[in-house]
Write a protein that binds this ligand. Sequence first.
Ligand SMILES: C[S@@+](CC[C@H](N)C(=O)[O-])C[C@H]1O[C@@H](n2cnc3c(N)ncnc32)[C@H](O)[C@@H]1O
Length: 314
Amino acid sequence: MPWPFSKKSQTDPPEGSSTPEHSTVDYSSTAASSLYERIHETRSAPLDVPYLLPKDSDEINRLDFQHHLLRAMFKGNTTVALTHPISSILDVGCGTGIWGSEMAQDFPEAQIVGIDLQEVQRSDKPENYMFVQCNLLEGIPFPNNYFDFVHMRFLINAVPKTMWPTVIQTLFQVTRPGGTIELIEAGGDPYRPGGWACARMYEAVMQVAASRGIDPREMYNLGNHCKQAGFTQIQTRKIEAPIGRWSGRAGTMLATDMTEGMKSFKEPIQKIVGYTAWQFDDLADQVVREWEEYHSSYIAVIYTAQKPLTDTYR
Ligand SMILES: C[S@@+](CC[C@H](N)C(=O)[O-])C[C@H]1O[C@@H](n2cnc3c(N)ncnc32)[C@H](O)[C@@H]1O
């Protein structure tokens, strides 16, 4: 199958592509009215989108580390058995591209596309993996019914609450009838069980998210959005991953990942919640101590669903 268009173009989506009708997003009408304000003073971060996290070398290293941790936890790159023939795979918000590059090796006959705001250059990119620059909130520049498998992982801090129905509808459009989607999200809950520091850190992150119209608790609603969009066979799985040295190697790795993840919120929390750098660092240290004291877990939700084999879509 030829690529539907040449690399790195979003300005001219192909005919029949899934760009939603409201492709120009008026963020000023949402809680994200301060959108164009910088929430990261020193760390490199995309400015014109609601996304909360930076995209710099520390974050890139964290995402790769996290990918290895997740692959070990799930014993593979997907949690769903891909039984139908796979000739095209989409990774939405592909980050460093590591997931897509590995899937390209696992499915050498398939075309793998990673979409994101920004490309991260990798030297190990297989021939059958392609990056396409795109803002998901403005649609996905591929034809309808194109991908056999659509994967989206950890975009909860990128999509304003009111845009989730449109985003899931867009994923539905680009999924081929009979195709599968897998959504993995986390961040909608505080570490549990936890003490005052876990609760306070969670509140601070929620406040930062709300300033951009984002609500991480929306991760629990994605199944409903999938149903509304027309997906069927929706399966939901809640994962409670132990975090901290108390739970051995996996817990120690997750603690490393989440400690780095917390640092990504440092500048936004200083700016929006008003903590000083010292107050933030102190709180983050206390959170790490509470993981050990309370034997905390980090909560994630996984959805898998299918696009039905029928041509009567709403
Ligand atoms: C937390 S990272 C997760 C990356 C990858 N899915 C993973 O699991 O390693 C979120 C990614 O979403 C991307 N992103 C954020 N907002 C986006 C948007 N509006 N359109 C496309 N990508 C976006 C970011 O650039 C970042 O690479």
